[in-house]
Every structure is written in C-alpha cells, then in structure tokens.
Design a protein around this ligand. Sequence first.
Ligand code: ADP
Ligand code: MG
Length: 354
Amino acid sequence: MTKNFFDVKNVDFKIGGKIKVKNVSFSIQKKGEIICILGPSGIGKTTILRTIAGLEDIEKGTIKLNNKLLSSKEINIVPEDRNISLSFQENSLFPHYTVEKNIHLGTERNNISNKKKINPHDLIKLLNIKNILNKFPHQISAGEAQRVSLARSLASNPDLLLLDEPLSNIDQSFKEEIQVELKNILNKYKITTIIVTHDSYEAFYLGDKCGVILNNKLIQYDTPYDLYHFPNSVKVVEFLNRGVLIPAEVTSPKSLENDDLGIITGNFAKPYPVGAKVKLLIQPEDLVHDDKSNLKLEVIDVKFRGTNFIYTLKTPSDKKLSIITNSHHIHKHEKHELFGIKKPIHIEHIVCFD
Ligand code: ADP
Ligand code: MG
C-alpha cells in the first residue's frame, strides 16, 4: 500500500480553546496535488490552515506530511521545522522592507540548501509585480499586496503550501489570468497546495479535489466534477447554489415525474424504488431550450453573460429554475414572457435526496 503524501486523520481543529471543525479526515495522495477548501465565512477554514502550519495544536487525531508526524496530542512540531508555507488571508508583509526584499525573504526563511528554490524573477513576472518592487507595503493596494505575499510564499518552494483566500482582493479582470498562471507554476514545481477560497469556480478550476466545510464538519471531499454532479447532501447543493430541488416521484428505474415538468428520464446516481417520493436536483445544464415545446414557463429574470444568457424561470408551483442558452440565440425572451423547455427532460446523472 502506498502512503499518502499528506494525511489528516480524525482531527478536531480548534482555536481559542473551542473546537471549530470536528473529526476531519482527508488526504493528499501525491506530491503536487492541489486541494481547495470551501465553506462559509467563520466556519474554521483559517483555523485548519493555521493548525496544519503548526500555529495551533490539536488534542485529537494526527497530521502527517511525507510520512512524518507533525501534529498529534503529544507532538506539535514547530512551524519552522515543517517546511510548510502559509500565506495569510490578511496582509502579512514586513512593513519596513520593500516589496523586493519581502519576496526574497521567502527564500531566506527556509534554510534548506539543496532544495530547488523558485526563481524570484519568474514570480515577479508571473504576478506582474515588476513596477512595485521598490515600494513599501503601505504604498501598494490590497490586490498588489496579495500578489506579493503569494510570490513570497511560492519562492520558498515548500513541501506544502497553504494559501488563505489568496485572490480575494484581486480584480476580476486579472483574477482568471492569475488563476491560470498560479496553476501552471504549482504544476511546474509540483508544489502540493491547500487553497482556501470562497469562490467555487476558483475551487473547481484549481482543485484536484475540493472539500466543503459546513456545520463544523468536512461534509464532502471529492473531485470538482463529483462535488458538482454528485453532491452528497441537500446542504452541499444549497451551499454551491447552482441547483434547485424539486419534488418528484420515481416512475421507473430510469424516470421520475414532477407535476410542473412532467416525465424526466435519465440514469439514477443511486437507485430508488418505483413510487418513492424524492427531492430531485435540477441544474442549469439539465434543461434545454426549445421554442416549439409545449412545456412553457414564465421568465422572471434574464442575465446576459457575454458567452451565454442565463434565464430564471418560474414553475407553476413557484420553484425557480435556471437554464442557459447560447448567446447567439436570436429570439431574446423578455421578463414575463413564456419560455419553452425541450421535452422530455433528460438528466445525465439523476441525483435525488429523501
Ligand atoms: P474562516 O477562516 O472559515 O472564516 P476562522 O478559522 O477564521 O474561520 O474562524 C472560525 C471561528 O473561530 C470564528 O467564529 C472566529 O471568530 C473564531 N476565532 C478565530 N480566531 C480566534 C481566536 N484567536 N480566538 C478565539 N476565536 C477565534
Ligand atoms: Mg478565514
């Protein structure tokens, strides 16, 4: 059996003497994998990173990196001896050093000589920091400070990199570009990374696996695809906020029926007996627009997103469904008009809850 590169087992994460996230287990199998942690604010995400970095101790469970025990009830290896780099959510640059010096400190902090450090010039270019190298932290914007602090934590090429909402202050226009470059550099140097973010698109893009923290628990830990298509609970659906649950009755091993939408066909992720009353998950990509269909619902909102339109439709029983159409769809349907949905609705993976 191969051992995991990083392993958290049955850990209660606590801060200020209080347990925030209970009995957490997850692992990173291979060096270089990227994990994203999602969850509402105040749930304990920062606490998890601080604990992994060695800034908080634990009384239950174990944390191991590269088969070395870092934290347990008895052991708490000091942060300097973990070769873990934590980039804090808030600005943590040294105020009396220039941006350039701050970045170089990232490589000096870890005195591991035979390790391949990341060339600071690559990072300066990647994160577009060139023009502010001689400035001091109080002379740069919050977004710039985040980029500098990202560069500083990458520079040391740590065994494990922890990023706490690293792009939250970065302009939307620049964010996607940084996400791409960040992923490239993490992949290139095989830096194992745990990223806390509140942006699920960011998590879906960057993460090999995503963990969702809700109600003091790591409620689901899966690939982005499985998290989105096979949410394991109503709470995860509500948190991701991209799907709607509608009441339905199972009519055969490959179909269900809903009063508003009629027969819905597809493949059940988990089998249900015929006659079972369930909550069926409908996501925007499950519905297909068809002007000729006799299944018509009222448009209550239209969002133009450039590449597509997102229509919000209201069913007779007052459920709000989203559906995406091509941006070039000639006939734009205004608010309060009727909007046709192709019948029968076919759902690739049918996900239901009791
Ligand atoms: P998140 O990063 O998910 O927003 P945090 O881990 O920062 O959440 O905080 C989790 C909870 O612990 C919050 O309710 C917060 O107020 C509390 N907390 C954070 N730091 C401390 C501390 N040093 N002492 C006591 N409580 C804290
Ligand atoms: Mg936080």
